[in-house]
Design a protein around this ligand. Structure first.
Ligand code: CS2
Length: 488
């Protein structure tokens, strides 16, 4: 069996598409923080397409890991000369394998923080992009302000020469560029947050104002933070994906990525220091991305949470299993039509009915097997961005809220019991897992009083009455499908 690395590339099965450009000539114009499955299936794929199509040599990627959890990917990428396989899984069962070579370097901050700062401050670096997850931006969800209570941030402000957080590294690198009279890089957030660029800007400015007001002024003037909307469903890699490559292609890749065929990236065309011509490979550049972001977060991501949380309680394992159930399918359709759509703005060039229909088809891809545990993971960070704002806006407009409210009621049960309704244990992955469980165990209202997640929702009588009745019914009758039926 061939190990995936540069030397073996020529020997690898010709059925796999491989990087055809000269990787050793690729400059790292992009430094990317947070090289998870999504980045590898999305941005790195686009940059590979670009390098293949145009032979552009300025836009390779240097990956960065800031957290101990990144040690594994750091080790594997190094071993594989930063190459990995991407398995695109089509609904008809076809698997389309690619080897991606757009990442050409990786730096692990825990082992060498200075090399991370130097890389970001290097003149070849034009863009620093981020996938640091919805929970990674360090703002207080109730106020939207930077969280100075975070002990890591407090430590960094005392010792800026020893950065730990994304803001510490960005500030150190920008400071170095400024000192070296180099232009600022663009900071491009690729996380599922409305106005992700504006949020990043606000947070970085709050941090740098405390750290060094002169630097803050420079950042405000020189650094651009385009908002962007990113989309490609990327399930968690399974041992079967690894053995698929071994069995079918005689290839040993320690951490391949899988994804659906669909891909989309919409970015505001505001860059500090140049950008790749990604429009040549299908990326849309627009002046205002907000309507696209909102549409995607409130339909796709919220739709995922609706299926995931209700599906987990019922005992389903995957998203396609949920959507194959006509009741779940119809419930999702109604949630999108009656609760999410009324709060959306019109999106130029998009027919929402077609978009929604396409989403349900994407969720139904039987080859993807996206796990409900992935969808439910980190719900404490996701729901305040995906679902809760829709409920609040509908409350303000006296719109429908019942379908979304059942998801919150189900999440209370899920957090408390950490089992499905038939007592089978669930794999709950959430950095807030204990806090969620403690409050849900006290009582359902206490769950709702977690302001950092729900804001002031616990003070809305219409919502609370409905929610409490739904929670009561779930604990008593333990039948989520019955409640879903009653609502449609
Ligand atoms: C998912 C997203 O994390 C989630 O709950 O909704 O990861 C989703 O699959 C991607 O945003 C698709 O672009």
């Amino acid at each position: 069996m061939k190990h995936l690395n540069q030397e073996n590339l020529a020997l690898i099965d010709s059925q796999i598409s491989k990087p055809l450009f000269n990787r050793s000539k690729l400059k790292t114009g992009i430094v990317h923080i947070g090289v998870g499955g999504f980045h590898r299936a999305h941005q790195a794929y686009y940059l590979q397409e670009l390098a293949t199509k145009t032979n552009a040599s300025d836009w390779g990627i240097c990956g960065i890991g800031l957290r101990e959890e990144d040690r594994n990917i750091s080790t594997i990428l190094k071993k594989q000369d930063h190459l990995y396989s991407l398995l695109v899984k089509h609904p008809n069962g076809t698997v389309e394998p690619h080897i991606i070579g757009a990442i050409v370097d990786y730096k692990f901050a825990i082992e060498d923080a200075q090399s991370v700062i130097d890389k970001m401050a290097h003149e070849d670096t034009k863009i620093v992009s981020l996938t640091i997850t919805e929970g990674g931006y360090n703002f207080n969800p109730a106020t939207g302000e930077f969280d100075f209570e975070n002990s890591i941030i407090q430590e960094e402000l005392k010792h800026p020469e020893n950065p730990k957080s994304v803001y510490g590294f960005l500030a150190a690198a920008l400071q170095k560029r400024r000192a070296n009279k180099l232009p600022a890089f663009t900071i491009l957030s690729c996380d599922n947050i409305e106005h992700n660029g504006d949020v990043t800007k606000k947070m970085l400015l709050a941090f740098t104002q405390k750290l060094n007001p002169v630097l803050a002024e420079w950042v405000e003037k020189e650094v651009k933070f385009p908002n962007s909307m990113v989309d490609r469903i990327t399930p968690v890699t399974t041992p079967e994906d690894i053995s698929f490559l071994a069995k079918n292609h005689d290839l040993k890749d320690e951490w391949p990525v899988t994804c659906e065929p669909f891909i989309q990236w919409v970015i505001e065309d505001e860059f500090s220091n140049g950008r790749p011509a990604l429009e040549q490979v299908g990326v849309q550049f627009v002046t205002d991305v907000k309507p696209y972001e909102k549409m995607k977060l409130r339909l796709l991501n919220a739709g995922h949470s609706v299926l995931g949380i209700l599906g987990a309680l019922h005992g389903y394992q995957t998203i396609n299993e949920c959507i194959d159930d006509p009741l779940f399918n119809q419930y999702l359709k109604l949630f999108m039509d009656l609760e999410a759509t009324p709060v959306l703005d019109t999106v130029e060039g998009i027919d929402l009915d077609v978009y929604k229909q396409r989403l349900r088809e994407r969720f139904a891809n039987p080859n993807i097997k996206d796990s409900v545990s992935r969808i439910c993971s980190e719900s404490a960070a996701k729901l305040p961005k995906f679902l809760i704002p829709t409920i609040k806006e509908n409350l303000d407009n006296e719109g429908n809220i019942a379908l979304g409210t059942l998801v919150i009621a189900a999440w209370c049960y899920y957090s408390d019991k950490q089992t499905d309704l038939n007592n089978h244990p669930l794999e709950v992955i959430d950095s807030q897992k204990e806090v969620l469980q403690n409050s849900a165990q006290k009582d359902p209202l206490c769950f709702l009083e977690q302001e950092a997640i729900f804001g002031d929702l616990s003070k809305n009588e219409r919502f609370v009455t409905l929610y409490e009745a739904m929670v009561k019914d779930l604990y008593h009758n333990r039948n989520v499908k019955k409640q879903m039926e009653n609502l449609i």
